[in-house]
Design a protein around this ligand. Sequence first.
Ligand code: ZN
Length: 391
Amino acid sequence: MNTKRTSLIMAAGLALLISFPASAAEGAPAPCGDGMVRFSHEDNGYSVCVPAGWQRRARGTEVVWSPDQGLDLVFSFQTKVVQPRDVSAPLVGYLLRKKATLHVSSSGALKYHLDGVDGVGLVKHQHRYGLLIYTQCSQPGKACNDLVRTAIDVARTVHLDPGSDARPYDQWKVRNIGGLELRGPSGSPAAKDLDWLAAEYAKGHEKLLTALGAPPAKEPLCCYFYRSEDENFGYTRRGSGFNIAGGAGEVHSLFAARNDRQSTGHEMTHAITNRVWGEPAEALLGEGIAVAQDLSGIDHDARARKAITNIEPDLTLASMLGDAWFRHDMEVSYAVSGSVVKFLLAQGTTDKVKALYQAPDFKAALQKHFGWSLKELEKRWRWAIRADPAL
Ligand SMILES: [Zn+2]
């Protein structure tokens, strides 16, 4: 293929995208030009003009558009992304593992060659989400260049609507306190109550670091508060709280009022355990520790007892391991996980629970660190929370 030509097209495309002001993405989307039709992805909340007549198909979470075999235009949507280059990071990681020839710019735009396939990727990023549009071409050079040109045209029409009140995070009201940075959009309940939130979160953060045996982070843990699920979605494309692992860590959660908000501890616990323990091997432990340490004062044993009495009387802990965890009623899986981890913390040490959290084989680790089989754990835990065994 004509590398020089593609590089020029790529450079022109990048220049266009870089000069494309963020505010242009707000308001109503522009009408599509000749031969293009607007495609809206409802779940991810973006729309974009694509060439009329191209075929669309799904590939995992990606959407692929093609005019012909060997010519693909791929849309890959990412959440929990802080920097533009985080949007292309999963693809870049894949290409590096496959030993592709690869160039990535600081904006996350990329150009690659892998096993007879050439492509470029362009990034549109906003707040904490973004869209990567990349080409996959195994046809002769001219067809690839045309595809890249189309990708550039398409990328310019991307519309990511954050909602009418959305402002960049650096314009939010901010308060720093003891290793935390708290932020709320101006005029929001959180921004008006930032002093109370700062005191509440500082106290909670201190408690969690002690409980989890974690050293303070070098960078502050940033906590973002949204007044509603709609606002949360506008900024993050998620409807409720979450954390972004790695680096400094970020916690995003809902705050409508002091008595109408997500718990102080749940997402902070995720952020701290992700930083010092890594990713959990089992959702039972990952969610369980966050529920057990949520600082809400809620009696999770009572919740679990109710859940396994009224909702899933046949539940066994064996069905709480691996992907099966996600097939339960959410109320059941969260309540039971929180209650089980609370029990493990009471019976063992934080280090033993940490070992379970990290263990690829939960049953083997349970035997090693607690001396119990899964059935024994279940019996003891049910006895402790006064729930009849379904054994
Ligand atoms: Zn959680």
